[in-house]
Design a protein around this ligand. Structure first.
Ligand code: G3H
Ligand code: 13P
Ligand code: ZN
Length: 284
């Protein structure tokens, strides 16, 4: 089927209290893993492209791959821009067929983040494209966040309330203790903050940096209103881990299909497990 906007899927997820997996893609095999997993679970799915993915594969290849994947399946697929960095890039993605965009103004002063996000929402609405924004700093696992930094970096619930009221975004990514990349220890999530943000805003919450977050914390976060969960690092681990295994076992292998095929298979299994954990199986 044709690509669908995120907002339509979020509405059903919110009503039925589950989360949608948003999986990062970088090449054809990962796009296929995501769609194969969604099909096997009869689940709607979000395929997203990061700045790194766009740089690596090129925007046109990503669009062509994901559109092809969506048209060949009966499960609803969203093509989403992950961490859109500029107004121009977001507009380009809307023009070229993305059905959802993230405008990440989290490094801007609040007023500017509100103003630019609002502008993106006004235009995206005309094209039926959904918008995710970010408030608070999610960062990477390499950023050492001290306890005293937390109040400055984590999302302020009062600011979140104002931000959503003034921008009318479809989803809001918040900082509650997750980080992008591989965690050194077990991440501790600020569930009280999540609960308060969710109570004060009218749109669903997005959790970034979700690879490595314990299953129980993921379930608790879904119970407190998280409706989109971003996974990239677990995909990288599965994909490259399977490639490494083949090459270790058969160092003379020269057929890329014999290396990438098992990587695609392993990645599909990891994504299926995530979909089951998020509760979106059989929700098409
Ligand atoms: O936003 C988090 C993703 O893991 C992005 O990483 O730009 O290296 O693809 P990337
Ligand atoms: P992880 O790489 O930690 O799974 O985070 C993915 C993400 O948040 C993409 O926006
Ligand atoms: Zn992210």
């Amino acid at each position: 089927m044709a690509l669908v906007p995120l907002a339509d899927l979020l509405q059903k997820a919110d009503q039925e209290e589950y989360a949608l997996g948003a999986f990062n893609c970088n090449n054809m095999e990962i796009v296929q893993s995501i769609v194969n997993a969604a099909e096997a679970e009869s689940s709607p799915v979000i395929i997203q492209a990061s700045q790194g993915a766009i740089k690596y594969a090129g925007l046109n290849y990503i669009i062509a791959l994901v559109r092809q994947a969506a048209e060949g399946t009966a499960v609803p697929v969203v093509l989403h821009l992950d961490h859109g960095t500029s107004f121009e890039q977001v507009m380009q993605c809307i023009r070229f067929g993305f059905t959802s965009v993230m405008f990440d103004g989290s490094s801007m002063p609040l007023e500017e983040n509100i103003a630019q996000t609002r502008k993106v929402v006004e235009i995206a609405r005309v094209f039926g494209v959904s918008v995710e924004a970010e408030l608070g700093r999610i960062g990477g696992t390499e950023d050492d966040i001290s306890v005293s930094d937390k109040d400055a970096l984590f999302t302020d619930p009062a600011e979140a309330e104002r931000f959503v009221a003034e921008t009318d975004v479809d989803a809001l990514a918040i900082a509650i203790g997750t980080a992008h990349g591989q965690y050194k220890g077990e991440p501790e999530l600020d569930f009280d903050r999540l609960e308060e943000v969710n109570r004060r805003i009218s749109c669903p919450v997005v959790l970034h940096g979700s690879s490595g977050v314990p299953d129980e914390s993921i379930k608790k976060a879904i119970g407190l209103g998280v409706r989109k969960i971003n996974i990239d690092t677990n995909i990288r681990e599965a994909f490259v881990g399977a490639m490494r295994k083949v090459l270790n076992e058969k160092p003379d292998e020269i057929d890329p299909r014999k290396v990438l095929g098992p990587a695609r298979q392993e990645t599909t299994e990891v994504i299926r497990e995530k979909i089951r954990l998020f509760g979106s199986s059989k929700k098409i």
